[in-house]
Design a binder for this molecule. Sequence first.
Ligand code: NOJ
Length: 559
Amino acid sequence: MARPADRPADRAVDRAVDRAEAPWWRDGVLYQVYLRSFADSDGDGVGDLAGVTERLDHLEWLGVDGVWLSPFTCSPNADWGYDVSDYLAVDPELGTSDDLDRLIAEAGRRHLRVIMDLVPNHTSERHPWFLDALSSKTSVHRDWYVWADPGPDGGPPNNWVSSFGGPAWTLDTDSGQYYLHNHLRQQPDLNWWNDDVRAEFERIMEFWLDRGVAGFRIDVCNIIIKDALLRDNPPATESDPLDMQLFGQRPVYNGNRPEVHDVIRQWRKLADRHPGCLLMGETPVEPVRALAAYYGDGSDELHLAIDFPFISSPLEAGAMRLIVEDVEEYLPLDAWPVWTGSNHDMSRLATRWAADDPARVRVALLVLLTLRGTPVLYQGDEIGLGDVDVPQERLRDPLGVLYWPAYAGRDGMRTPMPWRVGPGAGFTGPGVEPWLPIGEPTMGTVAGQRDDPGSVLTLVRDLLALRKATPDLSGGAYRSLAPNGDVWAWSRGDRTVVAANMGTAESPLDGMSGRVRIATDRRRDGEDFEGTLVLGGWEAVVVERTGAVPDGRPGPAEH
Ligand code: NOJ
């Protein structure tokens, strides 16, 4: 892959972390719970808050520090929780207010923080605000949403398309105006130019912080402000990413507006009033400069902005190295990266990155857990869980229902956790039909892997423990070592080197001596080496070096 022309070729930035001041999430590891599929405590086939509480022992044992819960607020589920009809109440299908209090308290006893999913861009069409907005052009909440008169041809006001496909506008026949929805028509976009909307969300955030949540994952926070003039988006070109080309336009005006940073700065002020409060944005933006902007000056916007090029990258040394180097290069000096390989919208890393090949899965996880930045594991990553084929008649995701068979939607990556073998898989009771099929975990269940020293689960747990015990790994600066075929290698801090062979051929790591702390082939843990370490195909290691720190600049061979 070519390096962007405006980047110096070998500039690695040392970013020393003052560990004494590091907030909990900075040295920590986050874990995403997709609530409906984590653990079902009441036998209705749907995961719930009490189910998470029952499984906190697993998360504590694994060694994570914070749990991001997918939305638990009331929703008619047109988009499974991401269409909120009451921001201040727990959806009865997922539990009660007491269940949430218990979960937060029990998590706290285990030193685990609970992060909630905040959905500020849009509400449900059934939210009382939108019902009021629909009731008349002069209603109190009319301006809380984005309305516009038809365009000159009587059609939609402009050319914006929804990120779920089709026009981003739906006509309200009663008023003759269109309302905007960047997703489903059941998810009307809020008007973030309206100060009452801003004030209301501050109240919502305060409400949940007072209840004990430790912060928010903020849904599509890059698009909440739209162009005030509602200008047409420009057409996509061949140089744009494929998804943009498919939509036929660049999302210049229906989101990604500079004014979004004013809103985020306000949120940050609010967060700063609550010690430890984390703001982690869903920020599917490119290029890296745009991502960096969501950190503001490094201290006044998001704490963490999720990097989508990394998730979307193939598991290839060159491609991933450049993405990580870009983040290292462009983020403000005080900013902290966040890395994730799976979520409830993207195919699971075991399948997407690793084609469900155990060796590749192990390499992917070792990489994810040893970069500089906060890693986010998605439930099931720790057992190498791959996507499940969900038959058409069991589809739940509106996108799968709409686009099958061209696109099967997101159900395959949202299937329930296989805790153990047997009916219900420990997710739900025997004989209960889970809301999505559970599938067969190719690398085994949680119980099946837990006591196996060679399992993916043991590898992940040991990596988390090593990360905690090794300041280099939690806080140390990242520096790429010289590119070497399929091997991506980097140093962390003074003494630690990580090397991942993302190819099938054996490859030597030269010019170094030390001891293997953890290898994806666990038989190599503790191996001492002098001068050269030979990595097998699809093998990765964390090494404690003896001797000088490599400077990361290309050696003579690369000049
Ligand atoms: C991103 C969420 O992760 C996704 O699941 C949802 O469909 C959209 N935002 C709309 O809220």
